[in-house]
Design a protein around this ligand. Structure first.
Ligand code: PNW
Length: 465
């Protein structure tokens, strides 16, 4: 118990939403079942060298078959919310045209299972699994993909809209556009800065068109999830940090929430293929009223001025800017652990974009977890002692609480991730779950962090530090 001056127990506001997140390609498996056709991630992961050890999402956590067990697990942890994504190639196997009823049936069952356990579903419509047929037609670099996305959103809403209130359009368009089309480390693996700026714009346009369609169909709440990272400049100046902030954060925040692109982004895009893809009226479409901004926060970024430095492969226009390696503690991704970044970010967002509510849609960490067999009495049960993850989550929740105290309109927190899963280019080597997956047997083992999180949810806050 806390003693001394004041209370160090952090209690969250009433109704604060506690939950966990996943994404379709990372957990479902069943890649060729019930009419699903390949996405860009199936194609990309098939190519040797793209994913560590040639891992693919063919089986993943087999969640497609084990969703009922997974929902029971969530209920056992006391989750109030579950964020998942809807695999476009299950619903529209070639991206457009014929609707595959069996694909919709899966999400119908999942939503019913969640509601039956008192868990609110938070579907995301695009978490990077573009139907390969649409990539073959130009992918996100083609304007038509934005319209196809809005059609997809309407089809899913038509089936689930009677039971789903909050709809998230995109997950992390910066990552999807710039790692997918510029650095090429994500699907579709293209290395073309001009295509990346076009992809980013068409994703935003798809967001706006989908938001409109969802609203017209009666959706209660519409959200957009961005990966956001405060950019901190070491050494002299601030221009370099401002440029990286424009590319990573404001390139998406400003069109969606203010109806305009940052000057820096227009200037850089103009030098990389031009601005011909931005048509009159696009920004009005993109600037739809939204209810929630989903924030995926993992770490701040550190940059400094470095004349002569070539541009970072994922950041066109960053010639002369060094992305500094972390100096403090890091996760298994080598990402810095800096909880204060979340507080700064939330406070800034509530100040600069006060009209939108905030929801942390991802926060969490990969660590080098080990399954151990603990013998208690005569029972042998698997456990994972992940104190490092508990420390990461605890620190970030304290930062989130501090941001709320400073006035940030934060409505909830969803941990990434419920399950260890397919961590994109890293395959199954990086474990983000609060539940351990034995990928040989598909056994699920809640880590110590899951039990700790259950306690946080139950008390709606953190024990005193
Ligand atoms: C996010 N980066 O990905 C995604 O939304 C999740 O699917 C993913 O598993 C999670 O974060 C952990 O990586 C990111 O390089 C991938 O800046 C890469 C970056 C950021 C986010």
């Amino acid at each position: 118990a806390s003693r001394g001056s004041g209370s160090s127990t952090s209690v969250f506001p009433d109704g604060f939403v506690w939950g966990a997140a996943t994404a379709a390609y990372q957990i479902e498996g069943a890649a060729a079942e019930d009419g699903r056709r390949p996405s860009i991630w199936d194609t990309f992961s098939q190519v040797p060298g793209n994913v560590v050890d040639g891992h693919t999402g063919d089986v993943a956590c087999d969640h497609y078959h084990r969703y009922a067990e997974d929902v029971r697990l969530m209920a056992g942890l006391g989750l109030a919310a579950y964020r998942f994504s809807v695999a476009w190639p299950r619903i529209l196997p070639t991206g457009a045209g014929r609707v595959n009823a069996a694909g919709l049936d899966f999400y119908d069952r999942l939503v019913d299972e969640l509601l039956g356990h008192g868990i609110t579903p938070y579907p995301t419509l695009y978490h990077w699994d573009l139907p390969q047929a649409l990539e073959d037609a130009g992918g996100w670099a083609a304007r038509d993909t934005a319209d196809r996305f809005a059609d997809f959103a309407a089809v899913v809403h038509d089936r689930l809209g009677d039971r789903v209130g909050t709809w998230t359009t995109l997950n992390e368009p910066w990552v999807a556009a710039f790692l997918g089309y510029c650095s090429g480390v994500h699907a579709p693996g293209r290395r073309d800065p001009a295509a990346a700026f076009r992809a980013a714009h068409h994703m935003l346009l798809g967001h706006g068109l989908a938001a409109r369609a969802l609203r017209a169909a009666g959706a209660a709440e519409v959200a957009l999830t961005l990966n956001l990272s405060p950019v901190i400049q070491s050494g002299d100046g601030h221009e370099e940090a401002a440029r990286v902030d424009a590319l990573m954060n404001r390139q998406f925040l400003d069109p969606a929430l203010r109806g305009r692109y940052p000057e820096e982004v227009l200037e850089i895009a103009a030098r990389h293929g031009g601005l011909g893809h931005i048509r009159d009226g696009d920004l009005a479409v993109i600037h739809q009223p939204i209810d929630l901004l989903g924030i995926n926060y993992y770490n701040p970024s550190f940059v400094s001025a470095a004349p002569g430095e070539p541009a970072n492969p994922a950041f066109p226009g960053t010639e002369g800017i060094r992305f500094d390696p972390p100096t403090g503690p890091t996760t298994a991704m080598d990402w810095p652990i800096e909880p204060s970044g979340l507080e700064t970010l939330l406070v800034r967002l509530s100040r600069d974009y006060p009209e939108v509510g905030l929801l942390v849609t991802e926060n969490g960490a990969a660590f080098d977890d080990h399954l151990v067999d603990d013998v208690g009495g005569d029972a042998v049960k698997g456990t994972v002692h992940d104190d490092d993850r508990i420390g990461y989550l605890d620190g970030h929740l304290r930062a989130a609480h501090a941001a709320i105290s400073a006035g940030a309109d934060l409505r909830g927190y969803l941990v990434w991730s419920l399950l260890d899963n397919f961590e994109w280019a890293y395959g199954y080597h990086k474990r983000f779950g609060i539940v351990y997956i034995d990928f040989e047997t598909q056994r699920r083992v809640p880590k110590d962090s899951a039990l700790w999180y259950r306690d946080v949810i139950e008390r709606n806050g953190l024990r005193s530090a």
